[in-house]
Design a binder for this molecule. Structure first.
Ligand code: SAM
Length: 266
């Protein structure tokens, strides 16, 4: 069910009922959107905490999950890659938006697990709650979004192949998907393949999530690493020592994978 956040004054617009999901194993007239192969083994999908995700996210967490440096990099990336006046889906969203505040969009739809968090998000015109580890099908029309965003959350998906097939389905041709992450996580809720991985293997994992669905372009990888992670000689200069003292030197490492449905528009 789609809800409009109570504080937004925009009239709610009904969405058309979704057509059949082509992201499943069902054949479609073209093979685009079909899942080519499974990326994860059963143990790679497992979480340490067996509680349902809905229970885990039952109480609103009105916190920021990554630091300001990460969020500024993400907002800049959205400024570059998300078109103004477009339709945006913020998948696995919460109470804050990372979209550039000065940009206007035709529609921003939020999805997550906690309605109270989503209701506080000032950028959302609508939101809906659904557990993607129980049901991967999105109650959204095919080819209806120009951008699908997923911020610091991909590590919680236990059926990423089906979710990425759904992302492909709801994107318009030429639409962009941006998946960003850092090295933070709710450890007990992250899947085994993520918990046990390295920064390199996590980038490879998300690359494979795109590649396992027919019709995504080869993902581009954007990395912004603090000096200590980038292999530089961190800590060697007096300025760096001073920055470390004030907690400025090490920011959360930033990774984003960007892929388009069918083609990257000029
Ligand atoms: C670390 S928070 C990130 C929230 C938001 N994207 C942000 O940037 O602040 C992880 C989010 O993933 C969502 N999430 C986790 N497990 C989920 C699931 N099984 N189905 C749907 N959403 C889920 C929760 O709603 C939660 O808000």
């Amino acid at each position: 069910m789609l809800c409009a956040p109570p504080q937004t004054l925009r009239p709610s617009r009904p969405l058309l009922p979704p057509p059949r999901c082509s992201g499943s194993t069902q054949p479609s007239p073209s093979s685009a959107g079909n899942i080519r192969r499974q990326v994860l083994q059963p143990e790679g999908r497992a979480k340490l905490d067996p509680r349902s995700d809905r229970d885990f996210y039952a109480f609103p967490r009105l916190v920021k999950h990554v630091d300001d440096g990460f969020l500024a990099t993400l907002t800049d990336l959205y400024r570059e890659r998300v078109r103004p006046e477009s339709d945006v889906l913020d998948l696995m969203s919460s109470w804050v938006s990372h979209l550039p505040p000065e940009m206007l969009f035709r529609r921003v739809v939020g999805h997550g697990l906690n309605a109270q968090e989503l209701a506080k998000n000032p950028r959302l015109d609508y939101f809906f709650v659904s557990d993607l580890n129980r049901e991967q099908r999105l109650e959204l029309e095919s080819a209806s979004f120009d951008a699908v965003l997923c911020t610091v959350s991909v590590q919680y998906l236990q059926s990423p192949e089906k979710v990425f097939a759904e992302i492909h389905r709801v994107l318009k041709p030429g639409g962009v998907c941006i998946v960003s992450f850092s090295n933070r996580m709710f450890y007990e809720k992250a899947i085994g393949a993520w918990r046990e991985g390295s920064a390199y293997s996590r980038v490879q994992l998300v690359t494979q999530y795109f590649q396992c669905v027919e019709g995504f372009t080869q993902p581009e990888v954007v990395r912004r690493l603090p000096p200590s992670d980038a292999g530089g000689k961190s800590g060697s200069s007096p300025l760096e020592a001073l920055m470390r003292l004030f907690g400025q030197a090490n920011s959360d490492p930033f990774y984003a994978l960007i892929s388009y449905r069918n083609f990257k528009p000029m």
